[in-house]
Design a protein around this ligand. Structure first.
Ligand SMILES: Nc1ncnc2c1ncn2[C@@H]1O[C@H](COP(=O)(O)OP(=O)(O)OP(=O)(O)O)[C@@H](O)[C@H]1O
Ligand SMILES: [Mg+2]
Length: 225
């Protein structure tokens, strides 16, 4: 049987002035899966993804990613290189002056040559229909444009798994359709957080809901979140 790429055992997390957010979350992401992660606003979905990649400190429970239990910052540096996180807010992700520099940053950082990185960045932008944005100034882009560019910068790292925090936010119908097609074509396992049922329905192979700090399996056509 396939080993999970990422799993959590009895994960807990609380914030000082909020209290318990995760209260024993158990989870597994297997190769080839596209998991729809749903849950009310404030349920802890973003918190969960941030714990998986070590952006929040693991205090209680276990995270096993790519075959190893992950605890130290060095462990999570590797997890972040292999699990591409798309931030819920694109402004947390874009930090270079121009689009091309942002998209090329990941592959360069992973040790690709400038030529290779450029080819990957251009292919990725083209796949997303964003080639003509190469020279644009990132902070001047619209919300939906920023969303597509952040996706390009995550995909250009060619990660083994994708952790997508509300990828369809701010996208118009055309961009959303293109995104669905792109994600359907990708071989990587992914977690997709979204409040949009129709978007998730076109992608998800399994549905999970975060409720009262736990991750529960739900049927394919759940109630609106
Ligand atoms: N750094 C923080 N300090 C204190 N409370 C926080 C912090 N980050 C998140 N929270 C709180 O933890 C809870 C979970 O937040 P989180 O962002 O994970 O929710 P979410 O399920 O992603 O919600 P949404 O659907 O609105 O994006 C919320 O009540 C939020 O206010
Ligand atoms: Mg969130």
């Amino acid at each position: 049987m396939n080993e999970p790429l990422i799993s959590t055992i009895d994960l807990h997390h609380s914030f000082h002035n909020r209290g318990t957010v995760l209260a024993g979350a158990n989870f597994q992401l297997f190769p080839g899966e596209r998991i729809a992660l749903t849950g009310a606003n404030g349920a802890g979905k973003t918190t969960f993804l941030h714990l998986l990649v070590g952006l929040l400190k693991l205090r209680q429970g276990e995270i096993i990613a790519f075959g190893q239990s992950r605890k130290s910052e060095a462990d999570f540096v590797e997890v972040r290189a292999r699990a591409g996180l798309l931030f819920q807010d694109p402004d947390d992700q874009l930090f270079c002056p121009t689009v091309l520099e942002d998209v090329i940053f990941g592959p360069l950082n992973l040790g690709k040559s400038r030529k290779e990185a450029l080819a990957i960045a251009r292919d990725t932008l083209s796949e997303l229909g964003m080639s003509h944005f190469e020279s644009r100034v990132t902070h001047q882009l619209s919300g939906g444009e920023k969303r597509m560019i952040t996706l390009a910068s995550v995909l250009s790292m060619q990660p083994d798994a994708l952790l997508l925090d509300e990828p369809s936010n701010a996208l118009d119908d055309q961009a959303k359709t293109r995104l669905i097609k792109t994600l359907q074509r990708l071989p990587q396992a992914m977690i997709i957080i979204s409040h949009e049922q129709d978007f998730l329905q076109q992608l998800a192979t399994r549905w999970v809901r975060l409720e009262e700090g736990k991750l529960i399996s739900i049927p394919e056509t759940p109630q609106a979140t």
